[in-house]
Design a protein around this ligand. Structure first.
Ligand code: TYD
Ligand code: MG
Length: 459
């Protein structure tokens, strides 16, 4: 008698498999993450190999008609998608609860429904709740449908009936099907649910948005493998206490992953911010120490923001370092460089660093402005309000060249800065500035020190 097929156990965190249940994953050492999945199918009878769905074709004979993009009507989103929504693509939007995923998707639906049929599937909110949000957002088109359902097969049945061009699944973690024995929310259910929509999207050419919640470690909770299956992964970031929200592409089969989209959460949903620098600088205080404007590149777009630093005498045995929007290891490194090279006593002070507006600066080009804000903060000397700085700082205190200096200079000039501090090596003949704007090339942090002036009345 043939043996019954055996179940396998898959880790929800890393996807490792085991033939028996274990309390702790042998690969990633996560506790209680092993879940039972469908039995392994008995080996196929050897015979004629199955025919492929379609035979191999030459690359140059491939048609590109099914690769058409269409704009969503939200420029900030189109930018991250690489120029618009591709028909037949599957986009995963991940983010922490309450960040605004459902709001964004209902707004996308609201924009698209004047020209295309959109089905919004909600497994988390009731029709009444969604209607309230719908009223707040002011939807214009008619072709926006709502389905409150979590059964994958029932949703697919409804999709076949009304043939939407765009399907929004909020959220993928609520999907389940009777075809699988595991509980709703388990790896198998979520993975199979996502696979059903991926195959539906590819077959009929509909675009699908999947919402994925992120757990506290930052992974898309449960199946990390969703990221491999979809075409585009967008991360929705931002502090819930700040109004600004940023969409970043973590993966994009149809475009670059460097671009970001900036939004502001208001009482009528998310508003696009096409010129984030202006908004970020709007509340900049004048004549205060510990403040410096910096410029980083986010994809093709330069972003100017204010960096604020405060140093105060520490009462702790090991002084505090608090950093908001800037990598704390990088901050420690910059503090060590400034202490060692300039003799500033940061080790006796608590240091607080903040990037205005809740932005995150990951590019090393922010180093010079962060260092100047720190120096100004600890010495209580002022930097001119008209000054902006960008450049990477090395361990010897040298200022290293950064890419695309001309874009950064252009943005700084547009925003009215008249003194631009930049790495000497980035100061090329191609950099053109209008009269009245001064480019100051420096090769080390020492050369930037004369720009700091004592407060008026002090010497
Ligand atoms: P939501 O989109 O439900 O977040 P998610 O789906 O990511 O869990 O809502 C995010 C928050 O935004 C919620 O706390 C309420 C707030 N909000 C506004 O401030 N203005 C609005 O117009 C809407 C619709 C929501
Ligand atoms: Mg939601």
């Amino acid at each position: 008698m043939a043996k019954a097929p055996k179940s396998i156990f898959v880790c929800a965190e890393c996807g490792a498999t085991s033939t028996r249940w274990v309390g702790r994953c042998p690969e990633c050492e996560a506790w209680n993450s092993m879940e039972e999945t469908a039995p392994i199918a008995p080996e196929r009878q050897v015979g004629a190999p199955p025919a492929p769905k379609s035979p191999a074709v030459r690359f140059r004979d491939l048609s590109v008609s099914d690769y058409l993009r269409s704009e969503t009507g939200m420029c900030e989103l189109d930018r991250v998608l690489g120029g618009g929504l591709v028909a037949g693509s599957v986009v995963l939007i991940s983010g922490e609860p309450g960040i605004g995923k459902s709001t964004l998707l209902l707004q996308i639906g609201a924009k698209l429904c004047s020209e295309r049929r959109v089905l919004y599937v909600s497994g988390e909110e009731s029709g009444g709740q969604l209607r309230l949000r719908y009223n707040r957002l002011g939807v214009e088109g008619d072709e926006l449908y709502l389905l409150t359902e979590t059964n994958t097969d029932a949703i697919l049945g409804e999709c076949r009936r009304i043939s939407p061009d765009v399907i929004i699944i909020d959220s993928v973690q609520t999907l389940w099907s009777e075809r699988f024995s595991s509980a709703p929310g388990s790896v198998t259910q979520v993975k199979e649910g996502a696979l059903s929509f991926i195959s539906y999207a590819k077959t009929v050419g509909a675009a699908v948005f999947l919402v994925g919640h992120v757990n506290k470690e930052g992974g898309i909770s449960g199946p990390k493998m969703l990221e491999h299956m979809v075409d585009v992964v967008l991360c929705f970031e931002g502090e819930r206490t700040h109004a600004y929200r940023i969409i970043r592409a973590a993966k994009n089969r149809y475009g670059s992953t460097n671009e970001i989209g900036v939004f502001e959460m208001g009482d009528r949903g998310l508003r696009e911010i096409p010129n984030p620098s202006e908004v970020l600088l709007a509340e900049r205080p004048r004549n205060v120490s510990g403040s410096c404007a910096g410029c980083v590149l986010e994809g093709s777009r330069p972003l100017v923001t204010e960096i604020q630093a405060l140093a105060s005498k520490s009462v702790y045995a090991s002084p505090k370092r608090t950093s908001d929007g800037f990598d704390s290891n990088r901050l420690s490194l910059l503090l060590a460089v400034l202490e060692r090279r300039l003799g500033l006593r940061f080790s006796e002070n608590d240091v607080y660093l903040n990037i205005a507006g809740g932005m995150r600066l990951d590019e090393p080009a922010a180093d010079l402005a962060v260092a100047l804000a720190l120096i100004s903060g600890i010495t209580d000397k002022l930097l001119p309000d008209s000054l902006i700085a960008f450049g990477e700082l090395g361990l010897a205190g040298e200022v290293r060249a950064v890419s695309q200096a001309e874009y950064r200079v252009k943005e700084a000039v547009r925003l009215g800065f008249t003194e631009i501090l930049l790495p000497k090596r980035s100061l090329t003949r191609h950099l053109k500035v209008p009269e009245g704007v001064r480019l100051i090339g420096v090769s080390s942090i020492y050369e930037a020190l004369p720009l700091l002036a004592p407060r008026s009345g002090e010497s």
